[in-house]
Write a protein that binds this ligand. Sequence first.
Ligand SMILES: Cc1cc2nc3c(=O)[nH]c(=O)nc-3n(C[C@H](O)[C@H](O)[C@H](O)COP(=O)(O)O)c2cc1C
Length: 209
Amino acid sequence: MELIKNLQWRYAVKKYTDELVSEDKIDQIIEAINLSASSCGIQPYRLIVVTNPEIRQKLAEGSFNTQILNSSHLLVFAAFNNITSEYIADYVAMMEKKRALEVGALNPLKDAVTSFFFTQTPEQHAIWSAKQACIGLGTALIAAAELKVDATPMEGFDPELFNNVLGLSEKNLHASVIISLGYRDTANDYLASMSKVRLPIDQFATKIK
Ligand SMILES: Cc1cc2nc3c(=O)[nH]c(=O)nc-3n(C[C@H](O)[C@H](O)[C@H](O)COP(=O)(O)O)c2cc1C
């Protein structure tokens, strides 16, 4: 399987060259992320793609991750702060339209999803949304590897700073995880020549037959 080779090739890059990733490749990675599965299928996060150097300079402040500034593109996964019944209604209406169903055909789904979230606090909504964003993060890593674009998934950033600089709070969003994209600086990245470290499969996975 080609995917295994791609996953062996990729690593969390610490130092990038100045080479930029083409917009075509960025768009393919974005499309792959958009195709990620999410619980209830309601995609409770948004993706912000940042290239502006001044904004990235602000975002990188105080973080040990220099890749926030020094990489081709920065993707910010912005998870919902809470799930509203209006959002669920709009999403279900889009499903009905897309699948050429009658208006109201998916009311049972809408009601089930709405009542599920009604029993939860906004904090639980935010945690749940961030978990869904992590699925998108995994897709981004796989898509980037297939395109031979390097990537670094990162939690080492100041979420409050990101929320302020990107104006996320007023959009009911919060920065949950980020990825830099670019091309590895093989000569100057200490990790570039290091072996990938993973558990032996028999310690990692158990087959119950
Ligand atoms: C959610 C998440 C957060 C991470 N945060 C950082 C980070 O802040 N900085 C960093 O350099 N690497 C970060 N990493 C990369 C991991 O350290 C790396 O994936 C792990 O050591 C496995 O190595 P590999 O991805 O190179 O195979 C993060 C990875 C994940 C999945």
